[in-house]
Design a protein around this ligand. Structure first.
Ligand code: CP3
Length: 342
């Protein structure tokens, strides 16, 4: 089984001659076939909750490129939605949620969440049945702090000030929200593994902007609780942690959370990561997505640098954050080719 899936084997600790590759947000608007499916549904979340369409867009990037993994098509914000906080997506605005106050936290509905997320498990089953055996299927959720920034602020922001102020002013209500997210995420990830995911990734996209005390309390500790709780339900569950912006805290995040592999953002210096993380521990990353937009020599040089920096350890090639809509498809094809063939 392991021999069959190079990316899963790498997450579990195998060093390969060439790194397996997938691309964060690999299904999406840079693909015309995605835009075509997207135009058939109204709200973006409707696409996430339509197993047939979601399975189709999950598989689209693998038809074009020799990627080693599919990531289930969904969003980190299906969790607040399933907890009963209304989420919508406006074109050009990103996600919009009814901001959550202290009282509303008590009326979230964790007991209903997994039932409401059933379409996502169905999507996983559909993808699994169509995926070639050598491809790894990745499930995911947002990490509690990142999801909480959207739930409290009601939208994305550059500094997450609403959530940071709330956590400092109302520590008890904030802790109650994190507890709900930790418990819901454990059940959600276990159900994804049960439905066919081989690996799960924790997207902590807004781990930047926290001082070391808050990083330990809001990022490391909830991620640790999820990994521990998940492995109680699914022993040895393979987990990739992506604490974007962890910077100097990356080593502590790895050690305390016990994830199998660290997703590195593009601001992470390669030499620093090599020194901060033990050589047995896998890394994933970390090309700047804008290098992929521009392509050519600058991109290729950086790809070779990243591959060389991590050739002595388990390494999955990826971007340091999600691919952006303006990325030319030919650049993605070239990227995958040079990662695989040098
Ligand atoms: O291919 C894949 O990676 C699977 C699908 C996936 C999506 N979102 C689809 C999506 C995944 C793994 C995510 C994760 C996600 N969602 C994150 C963490 C990763 C990251 O980029 O930091 C975050 C922060 C979100 C929340 C979110 N969803 C935002 C802020 C937005 C709007 C901004 C944007 O990129 O448009 C979304 C919408 C979204 N999620 C789209 C897609 C394809 C675009 C919406 C559309 O097609 O109409």
């Amino acid at each position: 089984m392991l021999e069959e899936k190079p990316l899963l084997a790498t997450v579990l600790g195998k060093t390969q001659k060439r790194p397996p590759v997938w691309i964060m947000r690999q299904a999406g608007r840079y693909l015309p076939e995605y835009r075509e499916v997207r135009a058939k549904v109204g709200d973006f979340l409707e696409l996430c909750y339509s197993p047939e369409l979601a399975a189709e867009v999950t598989l689209q990037p693998l038809r074009r490129f020799d990627l080693d993994a599919a990531i289930i098509f969904s969003d980190i914000l299906v969790v607040p939605d399933a907890l009963g906080q209304k989420v919508r997506f406006e074109a050009g605005e990103g996600p919009l949620l009814e901001p959550l106050g202290g009282e509303a936290i008590a009326s979230l509905q964790p007991e209903k969440a997994l039932e409401r997320l059933a379409p996502i498990f169905e999507t996983l089953g559909r993808v699994k049945s169509k995926l070639p055996p050598e491809k790894t299927l990745i499930g995911f959720c947002g990490s509690p702090w990142t999801v909480a920034t959207y739930m409290i602020g009601g939208r994305g922001s550059d500094d997450q000030a609403a959530a940071r102020l709330f956590a400092l002013r109302e520590p008890q209500a904030f802790a109650a929200l994190i507890d709900v997210l930790v418990e819901t995420s454990i059940g959600y990830l276990a159900a994804q593994l049960d439905a066919g995911a081989d690996v799960v990734q924790l997207f902590e996209s807004w781990a930047l902007n926290l001082d070391e005390t808050d990083f330990a309390a809001r990022v490391i500790e909830p991620n640790r609780r999820i990994v521990e709780g998940l492995r109680r339900l699914v022993p040895d569950a393979p987990v990739i942690g992506f604490p974007r912006g962890a910077a100097g805290m990356i080593g502590r995040y790895a050690e305390v959370t016990q994830v199998n592999m660290l997703g590195l953002d593009y601001a992470m210096p390669l030499q620093f990561a090599r020194e901060a993380l033990p050589v047995r521990l896998g890394v994933q990353g970390n090309l700047d997505p804008l290098r992929l937009v521009v392509g050519g020599r600058q991109m290729e040089d950086r790809v070779h640098e990243i591959v060389a920096a991590f050739e002595d350890r388990p390494h999955v090639f990826n971007l340091g954050h999600g691919i952006v809509p303006e990325t030319p498809i030919g650049h993605v094809a070239r990227l995958v080719e040079i990662v695989k063939n040098g």
